[in-house]
Write a protein that binds this ligand. Structure first.
Ligand code: THU
Length: 134
């Protein structure tokens, strides 16, 4: 899938967003190293806290299908602002792909692309748990 196709896949997920509370749709398209793409949308909940962001929906779909080797993710919103991932989504992406390219889109289709390490510097990851604490 080309970069433009990945971005279009994220934009197309805006129509699937379930966001009756915020009215802020988000779409995501997550590309794996073998080219497989998993899409996601935000899924809100009346109890608010259980809300799933679009990025984490895509990650859950990918991991549950056996894919953890991620190379880029496109995130789309309908705002003038670039749709940057929230801190929780940054941390979830960091677990699997510390250097994943994050392509943030605005409503005009313009992009802000950054490596995750720029969005989440000095991050905590699985390797921290493999050190002997003694
Ligand atoms: N949202 C996402 O889907 N991804 C983000 O990284 C930021 C926030 C969603 C959650 C909620 O449904 C709506 O946007 C407003 O916060």
């Amino acid at each position: 899938m080309t970069r433009e196709e990945l971005k279009a896949a994220a934009v197309s997920m805006l129509d699937r967003a379930y966001c009756p509370y915020s009215h802020f749709p988000v779409g995501a398209a997550l590309e794996c190293s073998d080219g497989t793409v998993y899409t996601g949308c935000n899924i809100e909940n009346a109890a608010f806290s259980p809300t799933l962001c679009a990025e984490r929906t895509a990650v859950a779909k990918a991991v549950s299908e056996g894919h953890t080797d991620f190379v880029r993710i496109a995130v789309a919103g309908r705002s003038d602002d670039f749709c940057v991932p929230c801190a929780v989504c940054r941390q979830v992406l960091r677990e699997f792909a510390p250097e994943i390219e994050v392509i943030c889109l605005n409503s005009r289709g313009e992009e802000l692309a950054l490596p995750l390490s720029a969005l989440l510097p000095h991050s905590f990851g699985p390797e921290f748990l493999s050190h002997d604490p003694a």
